[in-house]
Design a protein around this ligand. Structure first.
Ligand code: PGA
Length: 237
């Protein structure tokens, strides 16, 4: 099980160091664990987690190696920092910052080229689900990622995050997650993480589905006890 904590815009460098030092000593069961702090805190996380099995990933990455792209960070810069991977195409990026399947694909391709591990996010909105468009939307999103990844799928995971479940406390039922994950895997054969209100109470059941290979955890990854418990429970099932 791969459990990734997406911290979003929470935890500055100081809080990150403190959290990561405690995470080193926590019981995380058998899960492979990754934390994704904001850019400003990546160096602190890399330092605090040096010589551990816990990976550090960014929450986004630009497609160019360098250039006049104010506010963006390249894969080479992340690598130089000791960062191991990046989330790409999170729905908050798509929703608030204009990311499209095309820009997501460009970011995925560049990150894989640079040797980063990529967690590429997909997921339908509530309106899309109600309109019966879930399969179509997932297909378009996953095909764009699959084209970008070409034959470099061993450094890639997809996160299925139904938008209506993110930060809302509403979780997809395990059956619904399983169905979506099977569809994704039929297009792109890589590990698929579930995201959207994963908590200690639902982690075992969600991760117990055969097509669920881990979780991308937002809110509940900010608290050490709940994050560690999710990690432990995910690998119990
Ligand atoms: P949540 O966020 O766990 O707070 O719903 C998940 C995510 O956005 O990755």
């Amino acid at each position: 099980m791969l459990i990734a904590g997406n911290w979003k815009m929470f935890k500055g460098p100081e809080e990150t160091s403190e959290f990561c030092r405690a995470l080193r000593d926590a019981d995380l069961g058998d899960a492979d664990v990754v934390v994704c702090p904001p850019y400003a805190s990546l160096a602190a996380a890399v330092t605090a987690l040096a010589d551990t099995e816990i990976g550090v990933a960014a929450q986004n990455v630009h497609w160019a190696a360098e250039g006049p792209f104010t506010g963006e960070v390249s894969a080479a810069m992340l690598r130089e920092l000791g960062v191991y991977g990046a989330i790409v195409g999170h729905s908050e990026r798509r929703q608030y910052f204009g990311e499209t399947d095309e820009t997501v694909a460009r970011r995925v391709r560049a990150a894989l080229d640079a040797g980063l591990f990529v967690i590429a996010c997909v997921g339908e909105s509530e309106e899309e689900r109600e309109a019966g468009q879930t399969e179509l939307i997932l297909r378009l999103q996953v095909e764009a990622i699959a084209d970008a990844a070409a034959d470099r799928g061993d450094n890639l995971a997809v996160a299925y995050e139904p938008i209506w479940a993110i930060g809302t406390g509403r979780t997809a039922t395990p059956q619904l997650a399983q169905e979506a994950h099977l569809l994704i895997k039929s297009i792109l054969d890589v590990p698929v993480l579930y995201g959207g209100s994963v908590k200690p109470e639902n982690a075992a059941e969600l991760c117990g589905q055969s097509a669920v290979d881990g979780a991308l955890v937002g809110g509940a990854s900010l608290d050490l006890d709940s994050f560690a418990e999710i990690c432990r429970r995910s690998s119990q099932s």
